[in-house]
Design a protein around this ligand. Structure first.
Ligand code: ATP
Ligand code: MG
Length: 656
């Protein structure tokens, strides 16, 4: 068995010396494992003292809270900072604009290179106020749900914050979703207001998103008003009196709007999950707890310092965009990049041009993008000056060790901290990740829990807690943290049944995990995806990592299918790097060598692409249905990125 994949023997990557050298890097917030452990222990033993202090220091309150925390997992009645009153937009904009209105809040990197624009805190405040006044004039008030379906433009950030300013609840839908998916989310939320644009631009392509909205709204009787931001100035259909133009409306109102002061537990937003495993859930986050965790993880997990330029390449339509493009950076008064384009437009150098141009210090993306850029080769990266980078991050799926090392070496040039951040829409902010200047990394492990995250590994059959350091089971959490989702919109029972009921007294993540002898956590994939072959429990992440370790393989997805003999058997789908070919037996041998003969896939399909959500996550449930000849039961496909792929895969499987 190769040591590459043995967690306990994985090579430790210490914190790069450059990050601890005061002449080369800012003084870290947390600079040693001892300091981390001390604070972590305190956060678990005395969460009230720990979070109470951070909440007072981090957020600006109109009315101070008295009760740090109440309720719990048993009854699903979690609440933080009860009596506290505040406004999220004030915390993200006003207080920084008052201090230094010229500080850059947003760097907008438009789809076409060269069309970038900087927005200061002063400008952002005026824009947010004006648009909040527009919303107010059209009847938006505290508690109303406003659907945002917008391209990655500064006006989208303005839309988020204008809602927050009024105490309205935004529900952002990724602007790549179809009319049908948008409709489902508007209907589920009974949203009365939609904010959109005429068209969006992405990767050189123009999409008439207003048409998609019109289509979606054919069966959304609740919607009273649609606000249209003019992105491209193309002709679009206007349905009066429902539709109004952003640019015409803002002319009418003054650039100040007093913030609506809300209770800590009033909802800030609603966001549907990626739908990797089933029908998306309308996750609800509340104001103070969410904002506090967003700001605190931004500060510590990314070791953010004044003067840094932070680039999270996710879309604002996903939780990663909510927390680490908007709320985390802005709550901390930081400078955040808003990237409208794709990693390949106009060339596979785009990310690195942007890093060099804006002297980006933090770069945060998903394994799917890392693997994509890796396919195109390092020549697109090596010719750019990436010396401003200090911390590079990954989120969304397990990152295979091979891609981790490539990222570290080629993008991080071995002098950056690589942080694999594990979290969920439901957790609101990252919950397992190395602190970049304190915790040594192991490629493929998200390492250790963030402050206040009290992890437990449970035996999946008995539900009992595994107390030994080395453990394998399902990942659960013992006590609530500030940004845990409070409910699923209009379906608290589903919330309770999904997260709190499976293991009484715990929050159940739905992911399987290994804890190694150093206490490091390795996310092994979804519990539903765990494969059981002749009594061996195998994780998808492990087998996929072994396949990607092969020089020709770009991506891999592994599934378990019922098997008369062994209970389940392993089947794999792989895509290859450009101009590469390989023999399937070679790949099977690879898995035998790296993990063991019992993990060898029974069948491997080499395919052109894998089914993914629009956020880039592999949808293994679709592959399972295709293999089991159940394509009439594919379930919710609203998040599937390329629906045409299904027939291609079905043909491939039938003809193999
Ligand atoms: P749904 O819940 O609708 O099926 P989803 O779980 O993909 O969709 P998200 O909240 O976007 O929705 O994703 C969270 C999940 O992504 C985690 O539960 C985990 O499975 C996976 N994940 C995220 N980050 C990491 C990471 N760093 N390492 C391993 N897995 C990760
Ligand atoms: Mg999930």
């Amino acid at each position: 068995m190769s040591t590459e994949y043995l967690s306990t023997e994985a090579k430790l990557y210490p914190v790069p010396k450059r990050l601890l050298d005061p002449s080369l890097s800012p003084t870290p917030h947390i600079n040693s494992i001892e300091q981390y452990k001390k604070l972590y222990d305190e956060s678990i033993k005395n969460p009230i003292g720990f979070w109470g202090k951070i909440a007072r220091e981090t957020l600006t309150w109109v009315t101070p809270f008295q009760t740090v925390f109440s309720g719990g997992f048993e009854h699903g009645n979690i609440a933080w900072f009860l009596e506290g009153r505040l406004n999220a937009a004030y915390n993200c904009v006003d207080r920084h604009a008052i201090k230094n209105s010229d500080k850059v809040a947003i760097i907008y990197e438009a789809d076409e290179p060269g069309q970038d624009r900087k927005i200061t805190y002063g400008e952002l405040l005026r824009d947010v106020c004006r648009f909040a006044n527009v919303l107010k004039a059209h009847g938006v008030k505290k508690g109303d749900i406003v659907t945002i379906y917008m391209p990655m433009t500064p006006e989208a950030v303005v839309a988020f914050l204008a809602c927050a300013r009024l105490g309205a609840v935004h529900s952002v839908v990724f602007a790549g979703f179809s009319a049908e998916s948008l409709r489902g989310r508007i209907q589920d939320a009974s949203s009365k207001f939609v904010i959109t644009a005429d068209e969006s631009r992405r990767g050189g392509k123009t999409i008439n998103i207003k048409n998609i909205v019109d289509d979606a709204l054919k069966e959304c009787s609740t919607v009273e008003r649609v606000f249209i931001f003019r992105r491209t100035s193309s002709e679009v259909s206007i349905i009066t009196p429902r539709d109004v133009w952003w640019h015409e409306e803002i002319e009418k109102y003054r650039p100040y709007c007093s913030p609506e002061i809300v209770n800590a537990e009033d909802p800030l937003f609603l966001l549907y999950t990626s739908g990797s495993t089933g029908k998306p859930k309308g996750i609800l986050h509340t104001t103070a707890g969410y904002l506090l965790s967003a700001a605190t993880t931004f500060k510590y997990v990314f070791d953010y310092h004044e003067g840094d330029t932070f680039a999270c390449m996710a879309d604002i339509g996903w939780v990663t965009g909510h927390t680490y493009i908007i709320y985390g950076p802005l709550a901390c008064g930081g400078t955040t990049i808003l990237f409208e384009s794709t990693p390949l437009y106009p060339t596979p150098s785009r990310y690195w041009e942007v890093v060099a141009k804006h002297k980006i210090t933090h770069f945060y993306t998903a394994p799917t993008a890392i693997r994509l850029l890796r396919r195109f080769g390092r020549e697109h990266i090596d010719c750019h000056d990436l010396s401003s980078l200090r911390i590079i991050g990954s989120v969304g799926e397990p990152i295979d060790p091979d891609s981790w090392k490539w990222y570290n070496e080629v993008v991080g040039r071995n002098v950056c901290s690589v942080i694999d951040t594990y979290w969920q829409t439901e957790t609101g902010s990252t919950i397992i990740s190395p602190l970049p200047c304190a915790i040594s990394s192991k490629p493929g492990s998200a390492t250790l829990p963030f402050f206040g995250i009290d992890l437990a590994v449970l035996d999946s059959t008995t539900g009992g807690e595994i107390k030994t350091t080395e453990a394998e089971g399902v990942l659960a959490i013992r006590q609530p943290w500030p940004s845990i989702a409070r409910t699923i919109y209009n379906d608290h029972n589903r919330y309770f049944n999904t997260y709190l009921k499976p293991y009484k007294g715990y929050y159940f993540t739905g992911d399987s995990v290994t804890r190694d002898r150093d206490g490091y956590y390795w996310i092994r994939g979804r519990v539903d995806d765990v494969i059981n072959v002749s009594g061996h429990r195998l994780s998808t992440a492990e087998i996929e990592s072994a396949l990607i370790f092969h020089p020709s393989v770009a991506e891999a997805a592994v599934i378990g299918v019922p098997d008369d003999l062994t209970g389940q058997s392993i089947q794999a789908f792989v895509t290859l790097k450009p101009n590469c070919s390989t023999d399937v037996n070679d790949l099977i041998l690879q898995v035998r060598k790296v993990i063991g003969p019992f993990a060898a896939p029974k069948k491997i399909y080499i395919v052109s692409d894998l089914p993914k959500t629009r956020s880039g996550k592999i949808m293994r449930r679709i592959l399972r249905k295709i293999i089991c000849d159940e394509i009439d039961q594919l379930g919710d496909l609203s998040t599937l990125s390329d629906p045409n792929l299904i027939n291609i895969l079905v043909d491939k499987v039938n003809n193999s």
